[in-house]
Design a protein. Sequence first.
Lengths: 292, 292
Amino acid sequence: MNRVIDIISRVRQIDGQFSKREQLVADLVLSQLEDCSQWSQHEIAEAAGVSVATVNRFCQSIGCEGFREFQIMLAQSVAVSMQYLGGPSRDSSESDQLVTQVFGALVDTLHLARSQLNSDAIAEATDALANARRIAFIGVGGGSANVAREGANRFFRLGILAEAHADGYFQRMLASTLEPGDILFAISSSGQPTELLDSVDIARQYGATTLSLTRTGSSLAERSDIAIELAIPEDQDIYKPSASRLVFMAIIDVLAAGAARKRPERVKEYLRRIRTSMIALSGDTSPKPIGD
Amino acid sequence: MNRVIDIISRVRQIDGQFSKREQLVADLVLSQLEDCSQWSQHEIAEAAGVSVATVNRFCQSIGCEGFREFQIMLAQSVAVSMQYLGGPSRDSSESDQLVTQVFGALVDTLHLARSQLNSDAIAEATDALANARRIAFIGVGGGSANVAREGANRFFRLGILAEAHADGYFQRMLASTLEPGDILFAISSSGQPTELLDSVDIARQYGATTLSLTRTGSSLAERSDIAIELAIPEDQDIYKPSASRLVFMAIIDVLAAGAARKRPERVKEYLRRIRTSMIALSGDTSPKPIGD
DNA sequence: TTATTTTTGTAAGTTACTTACATTTTAAGT
DNA sequence: ACTTAAAATGTAAGTAACTTACAAAAATAA
């Protein structure tokens, strides 16, 4: 029973590393999945503006034996995807295609992440977070720093003292002020930044629990008490934003939801207070997201 | 899928009404679904002990145009079936369920958003952003402020002067410094905050283009030159973080990807520079996400 | 600039699907 | 039981589609 290999993900994975003309084929396929799954090699070649041989080589580049195999795998992937995305998409305009492509990549990456997530790590993490007195999120570089901020934003709403810092020096100083019962939550897609590694070492030294959300097997993962590890291939197409940050944020959501469930009373009270303050400000009493 | 015709069901439906030899084919197909989905017409003919022409006629009998079409439909049906049967959803632990729930909600919301997105607004927005000299993202409250930061983070990488601000007073002052060719991008899930409304009014007054990502029909949407509007129901379960912020970020991704495509040269050069600076810092030359 | 490697399209080659037609089988009528 | 017409089937020719070899063009390195 050979498993259904998701050919679409495979194309996305290699996206950006194709040769010029093959990239044209990749773009076409990703932007018009449904059409391509029904077109012949010749039709795809014509639509992409390349020769049939290039289409064939494209198929081989992504690991298929030839177009025949690719065609069937694509049809399967599309059929399975449609199960998720529901009805047929009429990708008429360029904008529609863009949306489909970006959202599709995100959904794919979410699935990939789910398959990689270690349940035990998640369980340990939610447990530690739910009982933490103070949580310090740290991250460097635009992306991870924002994920850290979002983490603080989520947990702060649960009535847990949460903060986020992007400054390497401040991070180290902060780490040295932590104590048992506190959590240092390091976020990095590469798991390399010295600032984070140092901070984790310092925090552990003072007895704080260190938690990380980072790349599988990275230095950061190794040094942390609890590591949530992911191996997400970065999109090689430089014109396309990578979905990994959003997946990181989604995981923060998971942790926040998990922690909230473990401390229902505490959370409820704090949310009530926050909501009250918001209503006082806007006069709007309808149920709305807490904070804008 | 263009039509959700489950070919397996169709074979079962006609089962017993086939001619003698075609029935042999039907029996074979139904008993060895997976094998048949990968076999050629010739292989199936041999396995069933009939001629290839009979296999072809069998395909036509069940409504396909020929073997080609049958082969693809069978492959799709098998792939979808496998999703249900051999599927990876073994939600054993509590953590797994949590992940499934949060990710599932996100995927659902993405789907909803896709159906609501106005292609024209997206097209107009990407066009304006691609040609902007300066983009100022503004948002208030933890969530939207972070989306704004993420927006600045994305566009800054495209070589466009991008900044984000969460301070209401600063936002108003900033708005008054904008000029034609500049963009004020206001982000708010409610579309109510006075800071944003004021800022948009001020920016328009000075000739800047105002863009918003907000709730359908909100004051903010009405006042903006271009409004990307969404009506996403907030999850009432207070223990569950709402998916709307992530969807907002996903839309920022869409816009960034669209804008990048319209200015390939510009983007390429800036990304090259940023990447070079990162390599100098870490010594790692492998293709990696730009910024952590 | 030149040499080398990589990429690409053309065209020939091969496979596999499709169709026409003759043969066989089946079934109904005599 | 025989005849005949209709249906079913297989053979073989036909055709469309995929694959591969090779030479030209482009990109890269020296």
